[in-house]
Design a protein around this ligand. Sequence first.
Ligand SMILES: [Zn+2]
Length: 162
Amino acid sequence: MPILKIVTIPNPILRQKTKEINLKEISSREFKGLVSSMIKTMIVTDGVGLAAPQIGRGIRLAVINSKDGAFPIINPKIIKKSWARELDQEGCLSIPGVFGKVKRSKKITVAYYNQAGEKKRRSVQGLMARVMQHEIDHLDGILFIDKAVEIEDSNSKNQNEK
Ligand SMILES: [Zn+2]
């Protein structure tokens, strides 16, 4: 499977709301190939998650790298969010060189379809919860820089020096 090119800002696809995936498509060879390529791309680029808009596809699909292995989340939806939130550092393959702190729910429950087209529900916390919220935001055209504080941009360090 090929490594996919990562789309970076200001590409407008990163700002579009993505389309629900028709579950009949999941079993197609094309879709399976896309998921494998996204997983490979995520691993090669050292990412913890990768959303379809980041490879130029406006569909509700992301891949997540967990310690138990990488898996796709298809048509994911956050169905529960903890009131407790925490602030931590994030970056994004589509916004190279930029980091910032984002407040996210500590625990969430996500409903999604897996590669077999089965409905799944997973409760996650900590880094996994953060990654899932970041990736699902991508599917709604939201980037972490929209929510981040203390943004550090290594691309513009020189200009900012006073
Ligand atoms: Zn991202």
